[in-house]
Design a protein around this ligand. Structure first.
Ligand code: TXA
Ligand code: MG
Length: 323
């Protein structure tokens, strides 16, 4: 217990001194810095190789702290905070002066989230400030869902990695833009569109202008090194044959083994969508470690968290636009 205490104190001190601390949230691991320290936030961008105009999410301990970071907060934001915080939801709001350009990527909005993972909560409590944190992976790569994944990505470049085990959700938070007239989902996640509509009592908008502002909307994102193809079960056998006959290694990710695929090429995926979401990024990393060239993935039903899974699979299978 006391060594745990010391670890959290050490982590808080690193943040105060302008260093980087990786920490677990219920979605994925984050790479955190003191939001008020511009040099510290710049270190995140350097470590990730992330373009400076991509904003990072500000993590807070409690929902009532958003007033320091945002202005013109609509009632719908308060309703969402009551319904889903602490939890896997990020809100985009008009920023206050406290949210610096380095955090918002020069936008007039800021992304705010109150995570519920006990380690993230304890870190925020000890530190006392707000923690700016993107997912703890190199730009464009799959988000880490274990402390080991973070170690593989960054090694010694991060001052401290807090280990909170496997992430419960395993996919990044739902992002809702509340800076316009109607709420818009910029990135689907565990909190579904239906849940957001129900909590706000407002139908969601589909404002494409705000969609393009979000780095998470880049076509190719969340990609492993292996090529990813999403193929319906009925088409897997033919595609498998086609790729393997060109000498490339293929793995098939599917809840049931598709006919015509050898057992050793099959990676069973959980049937239940929440378990599927929790496992997906780990499995994509295993595929890379095994030197697989192509992952053929059968599409899970797009209901509930299946919408977020489908979104990540589409991004992983999109033509790659750089590293
Ligand atoms: O679950 C999560 O959201 C994790 C954990 C660590 O909290 N974080 C995460 O951060 O996924 P990141 O930076 O990898 O993805 C956040 C996305 C980025 O695509 C960023 O462009 C977008 O949120 N974002 C942040 N602030 C924004 C803003 N003001 N307007 C539009 N998009 C914003
Ligand atoms: Mg990310």
């Amino acid at each position: 217990m006391s060594s745990q205490n010391q670890l959290f104190d050490q982590a808080a001190n690193i943040l105060r001194a302008g260093g980087l601390v990786a920490f677990p949230t219920e979605t994925v691991y984050g790479l955190g810095a003191d939001t008020d320290n511009e040099d510290a936030v710049r270190k995140i961008f350097a470590a990730k190789g992330r373009p400076a105009d991509h904003p990072v999410i500000v993590h807070l301990q409690r929902g009532d702290q958003i007033d320091a970071w945002a202005i013109d907060i609509p009632p719908s934001a308060r309703k969402l905070a009551d319904a889903f915080w602490p939890g896997p939801l990020t809100m985009i709001l008009k920023r206050s002066n406290r949210a610096k350009d380095v955090v918002t990527g020069g936008l007039d909005t800021v992304g705010l989230r109150v995570p519920r993972h006990p380690v993230a909560q304890e870190l925020l409590a000890r530190f006392g400030g707000a923690i700016a944190a993107p997912s703890a992976n190199r730009f464009g790569r799959v988000s880490p869902t274990t402390a080991e994944h973070v170690r593989q990505e960054f090694g010694d470049e991060v001052n401290l990695i807090l280990d909170g085990g496997d992430c419960e959700v395993g996919l990044e938070s739902t992002i809702v833009d509340l800076s316009g007239d109607v709420p818009v989902i910029l990135r689907p996640g565990c909190v579904t569109a239906e849940q957001v509509e129900q909590a706000t009592g407002m139908p969601l908008g589909t404002d494409l202008v705000s969609l393009t502002r979000c780095a998470g909307r880049l076509a190719s994102h969340y990609a492993p090194r292996a090529a990813v193809e999403v193929v319906p079960t009925s088409g897997v056998a033919a595609r498998f044959l086609e790729i393997t006959s060109s000498g490339r290694c293929v793995s098939v990710l599917s809840p049931v083994m598709p006919p015509g695929v050898p057992a050793e090429a099959w990676i069973p995926m959980p049937e239940r969508l929440d378990n599927y979401g929790r496992r997906l990024y780990s499995v994509l990393r295993q595929v890379d470690e095994a030197g697989i060239d192509v992952a053929l993935i059968t599409p899970p039903p797009e209901e509930g968290i299946g919408v977020a899974i489908g979104d990540r699979l589409r991004k992983a299978s999109a033509p790659r636009n750089g590293p």
